[in-house]
Design a protein. Structure first.
Lengths: 506, 338
């Protein structure tokens, strides 16, 4: 018996002509915390689904504990001790915690009827094993994402898991909850359970991993012990290029006497109050704060999505009244929403249609018919300008990767030729390479004189890209940082957190 | 269960409406709250209730079945014609034919839903038209009236399991239909609560993809659900025949929306995964009372449609508003300036 738990060798898989995986190897030791890292679309998900028996590899072998797996049934991997926790967690929202935890074991034992006493007993034991206390009679849909994750882990434990694969486990939980999750992972390791942590968040990978397997475009790039890598090197290996970060410098020559946008005493009951700030041409103004701090609500009001109760907004020195997004667009404001899928895109429609939707009027001929040739030209122009990776603008938006989808949303708003561009979480769920490209696009726009307001959860992203920063908490601006180079990431995090504590005491 | 918890369920409101409405009808016409009227309501609504159980199971699994009324009439019309043409005058034979047809037609629905993965509403809309059209073409369009009806079917319709004497010496009774309903309810309850296939119905209604990953045989579960709905429709078809002693191949078709409305009123989530048999029965009770008793307070029965619609829209609105309130309750409330 060796110390190797899982060995996948020469795995290849092709989907309708696209090579998703090409001769990839993955080896995980017993009780090892291994990270699988790669950009979106690099084949991470395909690889774990092959290990889990959801897909069948075109070629290659998978051995667990020295025994080769045959066939494609998920149940074989499960019996061998492999448990996958998918990004969506695969829970049943309509069922109780108890049933969600026990369901796999019930299926595994091939029983035809349900013994509710043992269902509850199994759930209680699994939660106790990792020292968690959750009401087992609560419906899962009423729990937070972090708690749901614990349910998913508990469920894996009922299956005598020897390897737990976590796919993008930290994408929807807070940093506090990430710490808690990592402590559970360490605990599992102590018990000899191996973890395959799949992620594209480098900082987390460095915190938890022992060894790192990197794949790019379906090919294995390398396997490294953590000690041999740093973030810069890993980024390079992962994306195949060096990404340089230079903080954005605001070109003061663009500054005018009247600011591009000025907000005075903006308030909305129950959401934010007394918001004052100015935005100059060429500025990238960062707005940061915890979820619920009012940051999104403020910019939504400025754009006209959710009108404020009182206060005033000036564009180029003239007071304007913005009651709905149509008003906002008329005054030259554009907004990229936080959730691009539900708020920003018509998923099943073509890329081109999505881009020109905001400016369809421009293509109207006499008799209110669309000038198709002009429209198609504009679509093609935008696809080229923002380097959207697609053979034709006629393909549906949901055929694109996250980063490219975000470019479609950008193009759609840029087509309106805005003066002020509000970006709420412009790089959420986008991997590091695409993120960099999107940052470059944003900086270019600012350099050309557009005023940009950028909201983000990531302090580093704000510091790298914004020349000025507003920190919000409890619906107020608690601090304005005139020059973002004067503050470090940790200091900024302190400002965000401390004010939150002080606010709670008041 | 605490009152607060009860108030979170829309079926509680529907039950309140049922009680209030019954009280109102009784105050206008005391004949409503009599054992005789109650037995009569049970006899005439048991069939609908059984259909509703089948539709409820389908909703629970995340689908919708608009073909079950058609399956019921197909089962009814073909079985009565077979009884007449073969001369076998036996109620069990009628049930056997109707149930066999129900199971087969349900299985055809399942093939489209499960194997071809087509949207359930479209599938059952299509198959109901298909089944009905095929029956009219190949079996016939002529109604069978009471004179031509096999005796066993008429007998079954007036079979009571409990007789109660009126003051004048005549009797009324509790129909055997009610026993069938209770048996169906008990069986369905047991399946849903205590079998893996029942939990699988909840599971695929909650998250189909997760159910597959967990190792549920989702195909088998879908076949079960649609065949069960077909089976219940088959039973209902024969009951309906013995109830009204007349078989018109165009009856029942078109009433499915009323039954679905009853199930949704009873709190079953239209998107699947959630609901109770109790709620379904409360929903059926409301629809039945509206249908049969508006006349007792002097309103035309057309008002039934109006009220069902009203209660449905209100019920759905309440559920929606509650969800919205719960959500906004989680938001941070900024204190006003002192």
């Amino acid at each position: 018996m060796s110390d190797v738990f899982l060995e996948a060798k020469n795995i290849s898989k092709t989907f309708v002509g696209v090579k998703a995986l090409d001769n990839v190897d993955l080896t995980i030791g017993k009780g090892e915390i291994h990270c699988l890292i790669g950009e979106n679309g690099s084949g991470k998900s395909t690889l774990i689904k092959i290990i889990g028996g959801v897909y069948r590899a075109d070629s290659g072998t998978i051995s667990i504990d020295g025994t080769e797996l045959h066939g494609t049934q998920a149940i074989q991997s499960i019996r061998a001790g492999v448990q996958i926790i998918y990004q969506d967690l695969s829970l049943f929202p309509n069922l109780t915690v108890a049933e969600n935890i026990s369901v796999n074991q019930m299926l595994e034992s091939n029983q035809q009827t349900v013994n509710w006493k043992s269902v509850r007993e199994t759930a209680r034991r699994a939660l106790a094993e990792i020292g968690e206390d959750i009401d087992i009679d609560e419906r899962v849909e009423n729990l937070s994402v972090a708690k749901k994750q614990i349910i998913a882990i508990s469920r894996a434990l009922t299956q005598n898991a020897k390897l737990i694969i976590m796919d993008e486990a930290t994408s929807a939980i807070t940093s506090e909850e990430v710490k808690h999750l990592f402590s559970i992972i360490m605990q599992l390791k102590e018990r000899g359970i191996a973890i395959l942590f799949v992620s594209h968040k480098l900082s987390e990978v460095f915190e938890i991993a022992e060894n790192i397997t990197i794949i790019r475009d379906g090919k294995l790039v390398g396997v490294y012990p953590k000690e041999d890598l740093n973030e810069e090197k890993l980024t390079y290996i992962m994306t195949g290029r060096t990404l340089k970060f230079e903080p954005y410098r605001y070109d003061e020559s663009l500054q005018a006497e009247t600011p591009l946008l000025e907000v005075k005493n903006l308030s909305k009951k129950g959401q934010y109050r007394n918001i004052n700030f100015k935005l100059q041409r060429g500025e990238i103004l960062g707005v940061i704060g915890l979820i619920g701090s009012g940051r999104t609500e403020v910019v939504q009001s400025i754009f006209g999505l959710d009108a404020s109760d009182s206060g005033s907004v000036y564009i180029d020195g003239t007071e304007v009244e913005i009651k709905n997004p149509r008003d906002g667009m008329r005054y030259g404001i554009a907004m990229l929403p936080e959730d691009r899928l539900t708020q920003g895109l018509f998923e099943a429609q073509s890329i081109g249609d999505n881009i020109v939707i905001t400016v369809l009027k421009k293509f109207l001929k006499k008799a209110h018919l669309l000038d198709i040739r002009n429209k198609r030209q504009a679509e093609a122009d935008w696809v080229e300008k923002l380097a959207i990776k697609t053979p034709t603008p006629d393909n549906p938006v949901n055929s694109l990767s996250g980063g490219n989808q975000q470019r479609v949303v950008l193009a759609k708003w840029l087509a309106t030729d805005p003066k002020v561009f509000i970006l709420d979480g412009p790089t959420i769920g986008i991997d590091i390479g695409s993120k960099h490209t999107i940052h470059e696009i944003i900086r270019d726009l600012a350099r050309q004189g557009m005023g940009i307001i950028m909201i983000s959860d990531e302090a580093q992203e704000i510091l790298d890209n914004c020349n000025r920063v507003l920190v919000m908490a409890n619906g107020q601006v608690v601090r304005e940082i005139e020059d973002s180079t004067t503050i470090s990431r940790d200091e900024l995090l302190d400002v965000i957190a401390q004010r939150q504590v002080a606010g709670a005491e008041a | 269960m605490k009152i607060k918890q009860l108030m979170r369920h829309s079926e509680t409101y529907v039950l309140l409406i049922v009680i209030l409405f019954s009280a109102f009808v009784t105050s206008v016409n005391p004949a409503f709250l009599t054992l005789e009227n109650l037995f009569d309501l049970l006899r005439s609504s048991s069939g609908t209730a059984i259909l509703a159980v089948g539709i409820f199971m389908v909703l629970l699994s995340g689908g919708v079945d608009v073909s079950s009324t058609t399956i019921a009439i197909v089962g009814q019309y073909i079985s009565v014609n077979v009884l007449i043409s073969t001369g076998i005058d036996n109620i069990f034979f009628a049930f056997a034919i109707s149930i066999a047809l129900g199971l087969s037609l349900g299985a055809i629905n399942a093939v489209f839903v499960s194997l071809f993965k087509l949207p359930t509403l479209i599938v059952t809309l299509g198959t109901s038209s298909l089944y009905h059209g095929a029956m009219l073409e190949f079996v016939g369009t002529r109604a069978v009236n009471v004179g031509g009806l096999p005796q066993s079917i008429k007998d079954f319709g007036s079979l009571n399991v409990l007789e109660v004497a009126r003051p004048d010496g005549s009797t009324f009774g509790l129909s055997v239909f009610f026993v069938i309903l209770v048996a169906v309810l008990l069986l369905s309850w047991f399946i849903l609560k205590y079998t893996m296939i029942g939990r699988g119905i909840y599971a695929i209604g909650g998250n189909l993809e997760a159910a597959k990953r967990a190792g549920f045989n989702t195909r088998r579960i879908q076949f079960f659900v649609y065949m069960y709905s077909g089976l219940l429709a088959g039973i209902m078809g024969v009951m309906h025949l013995s109830l009204i002693r007349y078989s018109n191949p165009n009856y029942l078709v078109g009433t499915e929306l009323g039954v679905i409305a009853a199930v949704v009123l009873g709190g079953a989530r239209i998107s699947g995964g959630s609901g109770t048999l109790t709620g379904t029965m409360i929903g059926v009770a409301l629809i039945t009372i509206l249908e049969k008793n508006l006349i007792m307070i002097g309103l035309s029965s057309y008002w039934q449609q109006f009220f069902v619609g009203l209660v449905l829209v209100m019920g759905v609105s309440i559920t929606y508003l509650q969800a919205k309130l719960q959500k906004s309750g989680r938001q941070i409330i900024v204190k006003e300036e002192e």
